[in-house]
Write a protein that binds this ligand. Sequence first.
Ligand code: SAM
Length: 338
Amino acid sequence: MHAPPSSAPLIDPFGRRITYLRVSVTDRCDFRCVYCMAEDMTFLPKSEVLSLEEIDRLASAFIRRGTRKIRLTGGEPLVRRGIIDLVRSLGRHLASGALEELTLTSNGSQMARFADDLFAAGVRRVNISLDTLDAEKFTAITRWGRLGQVLEGIAAAKAAGLKVKLNMVALAGTDDDEIEAMLAFAAREGHDLTLIETMPMGEIDGDRMDQYLPLSAVRARLEQRFTLTDLAARTGGPARYVRIEETGQTLGFITPLTHNFCESCNRVRLTATGQLYMCLGQEDRADLRAVVRTHADDAALDAALDEAIARKPKGHDFVIERRGARPAVPRHMSVTGG
Ligand code: SAM
């Protein structure tokens, strides 16, 4: 006889309840953003990547243990074959009320194809990464992307009824002169906007010191033009929000470097190979793929979840390293999922 699967909440040693799971469904991407990947990335062999059924089983175990929000990411989640089947399958937890939100982070390139299906499966919000509205700059940043295709994707998401949040990585000397233009675009289209500081993750071809732009400087600059009011509201993620009084819109800041957001961290991340990272900025992980591939019942999986969450660290400490130095975290963002 097997013990019934546990429904005990996952609570870490610092009393933080784990309610948010980010799942990287693939390490592959159709873009090669300069701050994220090298141009000649080697991707994982298929056998190492979790099957859609394995992802479903792991995600469902987290939901049973109290996860209320799941974000699918990557790599580019919409280039994973069968992704809509996974979204539909996880959608059953929305229908039952066990899951509050199923969402995804995408580069938007395939959004026009999938937006209606995502909405039908229960997705209501998507994050779409967009660093610039300048077509040439867009291709310079993404190497392989076309701005027009992404703008179509964003429009399709809106037309399908999905609430869109734009994520813009602030890059010194590249897109920092476009933040006001992006705010205006977001206001016009009714999208939210969040700015992200570059994080020192993974070997890339360039120098991160050159790209790094502290958002405190961006905020100070915006404050010369606008009145920013801090908002208490959080979405369960790491962003902090302000309201721009002149336009009424909300602007988010994700500042892993200038502000550590660990004290309220409720998140863990599952990689495409089934490795659970208890912290984006630390190396410690738990191999959940080994557990699902050797145990058909969930008792061992529950034990592995308890053991992993007991190891969740208090926080991380990213530091942008000097030229030639190794990144603070050797794995790429596409591995752990942004
Ligand atoms: N392909 C999807 C996308 O483009 O949104 C999902 C994965 S991508 C890794 C998720 C987010 O991480 C994107 O907004 C991307 O710009 C951001 N990102 C990637 N590398 C980063 C880095 N080193 N620092 C900060 N943000 C990064």
